[in-house]
Design a protein around this ligand. Structure first.
Ligand code: CUV
Ligand code: SF4
Length: 632
């Protein structure tokens, strides 16, 4: 890594271990996103950044300047149309990613119900709850039979053409009414994505408000459809997360073990690797090459999935994926889909590490491909691990940062939050609502999404501390949650160290951290349910838009984060990002940041400065408190 790189730049964002690693000779040759941004020598295109570059047809590409008559598109498209189309396509791509992930999970779920995988139906309680939502008879039926019917009904939701997605009716009644009135209830998951792509084709929908109606429907198909299906069925199969201690740090790699890092998103592969890593044959092979065993560690959202359910440590988040490999201590990085940098294969050049792609949908030059077969999950996983074990003896120079391992408490599914606050005998959100009403807790702030190279300081940490200090309970997912973990905010002690008096009191009484790790990106659907339960518990208004709650994905990188943001806004939750690609279109920006509020009771906002962003969140929360008459 280049000298200047890092040290000041990724100092805070990636934590002390990264800094330690960067100072080692072996890491200095590795090139990362931080180096590449410096080497590019040009800044991002203003049209692209502002959302007004259109290449939707071959008369263009057209760069549009708002308000300059000669600078509309060749077809006459205005800045507002182009920015809306681009924004909507980001949402469609994000939704498609969650959808394709969810589809694989549902297929794995069906295979599991049929007894064709090494997994089993673990959470029968949740199975029954979901069966009820999907109108499936449970009385006197075997769990696998129920699961099979649930899986098939879930799979049908992707290709459904008419009607409403089943889980829409989980939302607060008033929210559903709004959606029906404006016509944005998702009909079928794939249909909404396809229609979005069609409507943004050249010469179709050219009214930004109308484009955004479909964008909302598409995003809702993600939040209340694809993502929620993925979360719930994954929970039923692999267990609903419960609180557990774990570690998030580069230092989780082990000198005397075969280190296998799992990176990507779909936990079918990762769960199979977890099972296979305990296999006697695998352990024997590991011992034969002189290792004590196989050490699995997660990266990105796959990391979150196995962290939440199994307490498997996380080696690094998105922006650290190259640094994990820079240690020279990883035998294989096993990847599936999403958020995998193409640079990984270059980072390991000359090292013994293999990048193993495992999914036919996602291959990379210079990586090794071992197809993960879901019907042969266990054997596929063993084959992958055997490959890694063979690399162990080839390990040469390596460096694992030591003694900086940070403890975290994770596993806060919405059921857990329920149980934790409500107690053993009456799991409920009542105590949370009561604490919000009596003012001990000011409100709820969600910090979700990715990280990227752009900001030197730890944006997530600063926002979280500002919120916690002001008695806002933080719920976190994705790489943002890992970032908070690296900075110590996912420990119960953090309440004593950082929280305002009211929040501290509540956290100390229950023994919970002031920032709760709720899961991966698809698990943002847990937040939709948590918010809904708060509404249903009473005392805080009739729908999500009345709750003292606000969300942010400050360092968003992925298109998925925009889809998530939009489904929160369309569900009534105010969302603030650091920036959005809309600035080149004035009326569209006004609509996104204001007009949308009249439709959904919530809108988007942007703020670059992390502290000011947090203060905006607090202001939004206070506004809701005021309206509820509880802002004493
Ligand atoms: Ni799905 S989407 S960088 S791994 S959170 Fe991490 Fe989370 Fe963003 Fe990707
Ligand atoms: Fe240009 Fe219109 Fe074609 Fe877009 S659709 S590239 S604005 S001509």
């Amino acid at each position: 890594m280049a000298k200047s790189n890092g040290c000041d730049k990724c100092n805070d964002i990636t934590g002390a271990s990264t800094l330690d690693l960067l100072n080692q000779d072996l890491a200095k040759q590795v090139r990362t996103a931080y180096d590449r941004i410096e080497d590019r020598g040009m800044s991002a295109c203003l049209f692209g950044s502002g959302g007004t570059c259109c290449r939707n047809c071959n008369m263009g590409p057209c760069q549009i300047i708002d308000g300059v008559e000669s600078m509309v598109g060749i077809c006459g498209a205005t800045a507002d149309t182009v920015a809306a189309r681009n924004f909507a396509r980001i949402i469609a791509a994000g939704t498609a990613s969650h959808t394709d992930h969810a589809r694989e999970m549902v297929r794995g779920f069906i295979a599991t119900a049929k007894g064709e995988t090494p997994h089993e139906i673990k959470d029968v309680d949740k199975l029954h709850k979901m069966a009820k939502i999907f109108g499936i008879e449970t009385e006197g039926r075997d769990k696998n039979e129920i699961a099979l019917e649930l899986g098939e009904k879930a799979l049908a939701e992707f290709g459904q053409q008419e009607g409403e997605l089943a889980m829409v009716k989980r939302a607060p009644a008033k929210q559903q009414e709004i959606w029906r009135k404006v016509g944005v209830v998702p009909r079928g998951i794939d249909r909404e994505i396809t229609e979005m792509m069609h409507r943004t084709h050249m010469g179709v929908d050219q009214e930004y408000q109308n484009i955004m109606l479909q964008a909302a429907r598409c995003a809702l198909a993600d939040g209340w459809g694809a993502s929620m299906l993925s979360t719930e069925l994954t929970d039923i199969m692999f267990g609903t997360p419960t609180p557990k201690r774990a570690i998030v740090d580069l230092g989780v790699l082990k000198e005397d073990h075969v280190n296998v890092t799992v990176h990507g998103h779909e936990p079918l592969l990762a769960e199979s690797l977890c099972l296979a890593a305990e296999d006697e044959e695998i352990l024997a092979l590991a011992r034969k090459v002189g290792a004590k065993g196989v050490n699995l560690a997660g990266v990105c959202c796959t990391g979150n999935e196995i962290l939440m359910r199994r307490g498997i440590p996380v080696a690094g988040s998105f922006i650290q994926q190259e640094m994990v490999l820079a240690t020279g201590a990883v035998e294989a990085m096993v990847v599936d889909v999403q958020c995998v940098m193409q640079s990984l294969a270059q980072v390991v050049k000359g090292k013994h590490t293999d990048i193993i792609t495992t999914n036919y949908r996602a291959k990379m030059p210079d990586a090794i491909h071992i197809q993960f077969e879901e019907h042969e999950a266990y054997n596929s996983a063993k084959e992958i691990l055997k490959h890694a074990i063979n690399n162990f003896k080839k390990r040469r120079e390596f460096y694992i940062p030591k003694d900086k391992k940070l403890d975290v408490v994770v596993g806060f599914s919405h059921e857990t939050i329920n149980y934790m606050l409500g107690g053993r005998f009456r799991a409920s959100y009542r105590p949370l609502n009561d604490n919000i009403i009596n003012g001990r807790i000011r409100g709820v702030g969600a910090i979700v999404g990715c990280e990227h190279y752009k900001y030197a300081d730890d944006v997530h940490f600063k926002i979280a501390v500002e919120l916690i200090k002001n008695n806002v309970l933080v719920l976190a997912t994705g790489c943002a949650a890992q970032a908070l973990g690296r900075r110590g905010l996912l420990r119960p002690e953090a309440a004593t160290e950082y929280a305002g008096d009211g929040l501290r009191e509540v956290c100390e009484a229950v023994g919970m951290p002031p920032a709760l790790h709720v899961g991966s990106c698809v698990d943002n659907s847990r937040l939709l349910i948590a918010l809904t339960e708060m509404v249903n518990e009473g005392g805080l208004g009739e729908d999500i838009s009345e709750l003292p709650a606000c969300g942010t994905a400050p360092l968003y990188m992925s298109e998925k984060a925009v889809a998530i943001g939009q489904y929160f806004v369309s569900s009534g939750a105010h969302v603030i990002f650091q920036n959005l690609p809309i600035t080149g279109a004035k009326k569209f920006t006004e609509f996104i940041k204001g007009g949308m509020k009249e439709v959904y009771g919530a809108c988007w906002d942007t703020e670059e400065d992390p502290i000011k962003l947090a203060q905006k969140m607090i202001k939004a929360i206070d506004g809701k408190r005021e309206a509820l008459g509880i802002n004493k």
